[in-house]
Design a protein around this ligand. Structure first.
Ligand SMILES: [Zn+2]
Length: 499
């Protein structure tokens, strides 16, 4: 051994003592689908066989020293039991013991190890990849600081190695088909594997529609008619498929938030003591974990789809024509609905337009009618005004003619009262105010003087002329009689007070 190697190995001894490492990494829980049969950490015959065979291949004859000559190279191959190793393993390993650990146990995971003293390459299974081997690989090949080496980090490395190898193997087997089918169905998946969210009013369809949310969890059981798979895209690589993780700052172990929450306080935090400037010795709570948000999509967590996703994808792909048809029908229904709504709205607008036009037409007719009526009213008013003007003009004349009266004046009154009365009546007649029958009669009496009783003077004059007056006679009758008596041949018309 060179001095440098010796120093490194001494350093690793220190690590092993510090972390209390066993010879072998406990990977019993890490890789479950590796071998067909269940196998706990190697004990008994397999362990003995491993130690003997590795020691035989080493420079040292003592296992305690011999095991330190070996380190993992970082090369790992996954070859399922039923598959041939021919296309996978390098020739050197094909020639030795494919599908077998150096201990003779059947394996699927082939971890390559190298003896750095004599350059021998060998293969061990996941259960026999030694703590030493991985620790040396991390320090020497990956330049990890020695003080960062812990049991957990070794386990994480094995786990990651297994994961990426399994993913690589899976992609070799199914990758092309997966990619092709996934690309073909992803759009349909995102529209088909959905669930109804809140409803909202859709202006285009003029009805309430459900929001469609990605179905993140399957509903029902596989094989049952109501089975509704979770979205394939969601599970595989949807950008929103994220979770909160906590990474242990010392060990590098990463756990989900839910797991972290259930940890005891002592597992979450450490308490550091420090001197406070005024308050003296204090204790400070320091988190042992770093929080991060990371993708929880299988593409990132596993690197290849799990069995369920792969099965669902194949089933969905098989039914793709049916899913497409269902979506096309849905799109068609919507398009028809939208077209119907557009047509409805157009028709409604047309109906409203016609209504507005009809209203405007009716309104124009009504306006014209009102205009004609107003014109007619004005025409009649003009006639009435003209008639009234004419009536006013000839009112007095007409009155006298109608009542067989001479055109009179207030002078026709025999006394002041009669004159006032006539003045008042003339004013009424001239303004076309109606006179009562009594008033008319009185006007006639005054103007014609006819019913005034004959005066004593007339009566005595008649007697003097030889006549015999009727004491009941009127002025006019008396006057007429006087005329007759004075000149019997000549007929005298008198207005009254003629003597
Ligand atoms: Zn083995």
């Amino acid at each position: 051994m060179t001095e440098q190697n010796l120093n490194e190995i001494n350093e690793l001894r220190g690590i092993a003592e510090r972390v209390g490492a066993e010879d072998f990494v406990d990977v019993g829980q890490i890789i479950r689908d590796v071998v067909d049969e269940k196998w706990k950490n190697p004990t008994g015959a397999y362990n003995i066989a491993l130690k003997e065979r590795l020691t035989d291949l080493s420079e040292s004859d003592d296992w305690a020293e011999a095991k330190l000559e070996w380190k993992a190279t970082g090369n790992i191959w996954y070859v399922p039991m039923r598959d041939s190793a021919d296309d996978v393993l390098p020739q050197v390993h094909q020639d030795k013991h494919p599908h077998e650990c150096i201990c003779g146990h059947k394996i699927a995971w082939h971890f390559e190890i190298l003896n750095t003293e004599n350059d021998t390459l060998e293969i061990v299974g996941s259960e026999h990849i030694g703590f030493w081997m991985v620790a040396r690989h991390l320090v020497e090949n990956l330049n990890m600081p020695a003080d960062m080496i812990t049991q957990e980090r070794i386990e994480i490395w094995v786990k990651e190695a297994v994961k990426s190898m399994k993913a690589e193997w899976w992609w070799k087997m199914h990758g092309e088909q997966f990619e092709e089918w996934f690309n073909e169905l992803s759009e349909i998946d995102l529209r088909t594997n959905v669930r109804n969210g809140d409803s909202y009013w859709d202006e285009d369809t003029n009805r309430y529609e459900h929001q469609h949310l990605i179905r993140k969890k399957a509903e029902g059981k596989i094989g049952e008619p109501e089975y509704a798979m979770a979205s394939i895209v969601w599970r595989w690589n949807h950008p929103d498929n994220e979770g909160v993780f906590y990474t242990n700052n010392k060990t590098g172990v990463k756990i989900k938030k839910t797991t972290w929450k259930n940890l005891l306080n002592d597992e979450k935090y450490t308490y550091e003591e420090y001197i406070h400037p005024t308050m003296g010795l204090r204790s400070r709570k320091v988190s042992l974990w770093s929080k991060s948000v990371e993708s929880t999509a299988q593409k990132d967590t596993r690197g290849y789809p799990n069995e369920r996703l792969w099965n669902d994808l194949q089933m969905f792909y098989l039914n793709l024509p049916r899913h497409k048809l269902a979506l096309e029908e849905k799109d068609k229904e919507r398009a028809e609905r939208v077209a119907f709504v557009v047509k409805e709205r157009e028709e409604q607008r047309e109906r409203q337009r016609i209504q507005r036009e009809e209203y405007a037409r009716q309104e124009a007719i009504r306006r014209e009618e009102r205009r004609l009526a107003e014109e007619e009213r004005q025409r009649r008013q003009a006639i009435r005004d003209a008639e009234r003007a004419r009536q006013l003009e000839t009112a007095f004349e007409d009155f006298c003619e109608k009542h067989d009266l001479p055109e009179f004046t207030l002078e026709n009154g025999n006394n002041q009262w009669e004159q006032n009365f006539l003045k008042d009546m003339i004013k009424r007649i001239n303004t076309l105010q109606p006179l009562s029958p009594k008033q008319i009669l009185y006007v006639q009496k005054i103007v014609n003087n006819i019913e005034q009783p004959a005066t004593e003077k007339q009566l005595s004059y008649i007697r003097k002329l030889g006549g015999t007056p009727n004491p009941e006679m009127t002025k006019r009758e008396a006057s007429d009689m006087i005329g007759e008596l004075k000149n019997p041949t000549k007929r005298t018309f008198s207005n009254g007070e003629e003597e």
